[in-house]
Design a protein. Structure first.
Length: 154
């Protein structure tokens, strides 16, 4: 299966701006990510580094060995309770589909939290998608039993 890039928008003032693209990789139990800024974002005078590990330069940036996501993405991911809710939502999805629950990657936790409840100034959507992940109807929030939409990584 081909990797599905995730578009990342950053906040500049009151405006959301397409900042870059994230690819997640999963090889067995090992996870990593690659990020590249959009050239239009790099040309902006008000552009800023999304993370200290993502200097404002062209090309691809790779997570450090043993790191599944960049720090700024971890900051947007749910805490321990939120991760528990994402796992619970996956269990519910699997029961309803008559399947075994999927093994969740860090990106599944990141994208499993409702967009409107996520911490940080970053927003995530699938390439070409119009809506941020996870929308109200799919993402988990405290006490919810909403379904989980996952992105499978290679």
């Amino acid at each position: 299966m081909a990797e599905q890039p995730i578009e990342i928008d950053g906040q500049l003032g009151v405006q959301g701006i397409a900042a870059g693209r994230l690819w997640c990789h999963r090889h067995g139990q090992s996870e990593s990510a690659t990020f590249s800024y959009h050239e239009d974002y790099l040309r902006r005078s008000d552009a800023y580094e999304l993370d200290p590990g993502l200097p404002l330069q062209s090309g691809q940036h790779q997570t450090a060995l043993g790191q599944a996501l960049f720090g700024a993405m971890y900051d947007c991911a749910p805490d321990g309770w939120g991760r528990r809710l994402v796992r619970r939502a996956e269990g519910q999805r699997a029961r309803e589909a008559g399947e075994q629950p999927r093994s969740l990657a860090e990106v599944d936790f990141l994208l499993g939290a409702r967009d409107d409840l996520r911490q940080g100034a970053l927003r995530f959507r699938l390439r070409g998608g119009l809506h941020y992940l996870a929308p109200d109807a799919e993402g988990v929030s405290p006490g919810s039993g909403h379904a989980l939409a996952t992105v499978e990584c290679l």
